[in-house]
Design a protein. Sequence first.
Lengths: 286, 329
Amino acid sequence: MSSSDAFASMIYRQLKRWWNNRSRVVMTVLNPLLWMVFLGLGWGGIFSPQSIPTAPGIPNMPSVADVIVKAIENYFKQLFGGVDYVTFMITGIVVMSAFMASFISGISVIWDKQFGFLKETLVASAPRSVVILGRIVGDGIVAAIQSLLIVLVSLLLTNNINLVNTPIAILYVFIMTLGFTALGTTISLKFSSMEGFQMVVNLITMPLIFMSGVFYPPTTMPEWMKWIAKFNPLTYSVHAVRYWLAGANAGFEYMNPLTDLAILIAFTSLMLVTAVKTFEKTTVED
Amino acid sequence: MSEIIVVENLVKRFKDVVAVNGVSFTIRKGEIFALLGPNGAGKTTTIHIIATLLRPTSGIVLVAGYDAVKNADEVRKRIGVVFQDPSLDNQLSAYDNMYIHGRLNGLRGRELHEKITKLLELVELKEYAHKKVMYFSGGMRRRLEIARSLLHEPEILILDEPTIGLDPQSRAKIWDYIKYLKKEFNMTILMTTHYMDEAEELAHRIAIMDKGKVLAMGTAEELKSMLGQDVIYVTLKKISDDNNLCKLFDFVKACNMLDGNRLELVVDDASKALPEVFRVVSLNSLQVAEASYRRPTLNEVFLHLTGRELRDSLEQPSVPQRRRVRGFR
């Protein structure tokens, strides 16, 4: 029998489940859109000063105000890697939503446990490694589709998105989601209790998001936060996706699309191996 | 090789309970073998170990010659399992559940499609093929699970309480399927049940389990013949200090003290033996509170082996649930 069949069937299952759940499809686009509109447009105004009241009585010096506005604008642009805040944040949100989606779908193995479907996959004749990899890749595809939808929606809010490079950006997103789905899967295979499930999700996802550069550049973080951000795989995918989508370069000096890719691949491989090893040893006792 | 499943001295210890305590049995190719016993007897644990879902604490399990621990992959290729608890994906249709199972177990394409259609027809779910499983009734889900486990025509079919919680019609239907499978594919079937009628109706051989041990094993006839023709149960009002009441009844074939002042007397003809029993009781200035006699069924065999009625032990709660899950979504 061919293992590719089992692999394909798990991908099919994850896609079908996602597609069958229409409200989830809508939410995956709606939720990031809310972030983009309210946080992006809300803060965006602050970082792009439009006017400074010109002091009356100095009629000959209107250009000073302009110079100041320009200087402030440039300062922020430089901080945000060469783009305005709205673009900066929107490109971050693309990664954030894919990250959330993948981590939660990994964690949702716990539902399979509760509703019994996990047992069905545990006794299948296909090798367990193939089964779990199929599941993870299926979730990765779902997350990648979602982030593509979000990129398309973001076109309404900014015109700095480079559509030609979008597939490359999505590829980075896909690699990252495999890693985080695998991490979520491992966590839920290890823990049997549903209690505190939501708490664990928040406890892991929120700090990772805040220390990744989604909302503010990592370069402006306090030292200790920078230090954590360097060990956060999300930082590298945010940086790379921002680079490919908007041409922005907001990150530590050593970061470039290639180092980002290398780090993401290393992270994802490690997570995949861990998930496979864990699934191979899983019993109904855990 | 005629012995397709060999279980030797199997022990499974969970944190605080010994669920299976030294179980041994062998199952021959093409037979229906039932593990009969109350909840918490260790039947499901035994089955989970055979299905490679649990690792034994000690002991050997061989399925078609493969070790269930070391060669789990080979074992999984040969078995189909219907679990006691649901294991369907509720968010998918019946067809998709079957389809994914088929692909996971090496089927594809036209062959798979035809088999799914045939099996859904067999379990009378064809018209609901594209309905999501979440809208199915308990009986429909059960039938779907059985249909699903048959999809890849396993050498060995493992059924954990196949008819638990089903209405009589659905039970009868599932019994028919099980018999059909045996006849049609000469499948080896290992099942657990706490219904005596089910074990008697379906199984070639039965192992009676209680508290993690196999107490007796054989065909239903063999098990019942442990007791002889008739069994008289006499409950005495007040028991004398003499523990050895049995010596009073020297005319019976076998005598056994059960729980609660109850005596089990095995005789050839109960209607003739009863007056004699009453005479002996009153001669010894004891009083009969209750007397009955039955043709032995598996229930009497269980009573004989454990001192408890199988029905009674069903009333007791089983092992406390280890995993507490709160349902949402």
